[in-house]
Design a protein around this ligand. Sequence first.
Ligand code: NAD
Length: 508
Amino acid sequence: MNASQNNNNTAVARVKLLIGGEAIESQSHEWHDIINPATQQVLAQVPFATVREVDAAVSAAQQAFAAWRETPIGARMRIMLRFQALIREHSKRIAAVLSAEQGKTLADAEGDIFRGLEVVEHACSIGTLQMGEFAENVASGVDTYTLRQPLGVCAGITPFNFPAMIPLWMFPMAITCGNTFVLKPSEQDPLSTMLLVELAVEAGVPAGVLNVVHGGKEVVDALCTHKDIKAISFVGSTAVGTHVYNLAGQHGKRVQAMMGAKNHAVVLPDAHREQTLNALVGAGFGAAGQRCMATSVVVLVGAARQWLPDLKALAQQLKVNAGHEPGTDIGPVISRKARQRIVELIDSGVEDGATLELDGRDISVPGYEQGNFIGPTLFSGVTTDMRIYTQEIFGPVLLVLEVDTLDQAIALVNANPFGNGVGLFTQSGAAARKFQSEIDVGQVGINIPIPVPVPFFSFTGSRGSKLGDLGPYGKQVVQFYTQTKTVTSRWFDDESVNHGVNTTINLR
Ligand code: NAD
């Protein structure tokens, strides 16, 4: 970054593009402020790159691919080993920047980085992950084997809510598989992402192997339609993800789109009461409800209905404050626009007849009166036709619904348009087994509120939460970022018997 002047004549850093190993100031006329959501302080400005700059980034990636794909897998892996060490070393510094630009608490910011770091660590095992298969003697003297080869230039488009973890879901595995990459971070909080990119360069990622362009729809569309891009990883809302999936798909690219959510927690009356209530409140309101795996709906089954007052009492105790302040449970939401949208949805819940048990709309935080804060908000008496239920709210708003049986709870969850995460709270193994089998949701937690898989598994999703079959990280992403080539070979020695011409397709 370098410094320029904003309207108040104070120095504001300008975020750079990374093209062909060079940090470049964009020639764009469109610059957006990166705003601290607790204070409204302008932290920096981010450019909306020009189409020419997107072309330059893709072209740099295309040029770098020829040498990078030939770089030995061990050499690629060792860069990731250095990268993970650098992330550990700089984790606190990045967390402070992340908390300032995104609003989450410092502990959550460190968690955001750590969950991404785990993927970098996993990329250090690429030697075994990218192995092909071999079958000897599939016909007389014939062997068949597969190669997992990189695709070429890949691109990643990331959301605001995990500016460390989600970029790290993408480029480390993509480049360690031998691809080159163009990353388009969220324009709302790209600073911590850029710190990670700088560390990747310091770790030894060669020029052109990792490139960064900033922007919004125009840049995303340019990536989705670019003739030299082979695959697109997208994480963000369902509306944008569907657009990206369709557009990039029409242009012949592989696409994985991880999208919006409405995550339910189903509570059976035999669940461990204290553990469950703590889990619901932490998963519902932590990170201001802006986790894609946040619990947004609690389904109380049968006698668990009686737990509502305890849930309310616990939620009421949460402390709303700026993310860097000690003891904060709920930081601000990302922007004034996001706050406004959440408040309108809470209004709609009241209009539609839900009972507002806790109302976080009018909260004021001393010392941060300009912050985008919403206090813990709890609705009971919610029905499935209400807008608060059908739409993703993405704020600290928890809805409570009640049903009589586990079957009804399963049917309710499966009828929701989203299928990202779900939790079941029970002490019954039989109920848990039935639930995990019948529920149509990607991530299932049993007495676990936010069941984000560790990197040796893959993140997934159902219905409105995911398009494309292969998910980010784990074994699936190695398939996503590689092309399988199947080789069938026969070698003749001088003593081989000549069978003459064979016009059948059978190998003998
Ligand atoms: P978003 O869809 O608004 O933005 C995501 C990316 O798309 C950003 O880089 C943005 O610049 C770009 N974009 C925005 N509008 C666009 C348009 N019209 N055309 C093309 N590109 C556009 O999402 P967000 O608000 O940044 O993130 C929150 C969303 O992400 C939530 O819906 C959340 O559930 C989802 N999310 C999902 C997962 C998952 O794994 N399923 C993980 C994290 C977040």
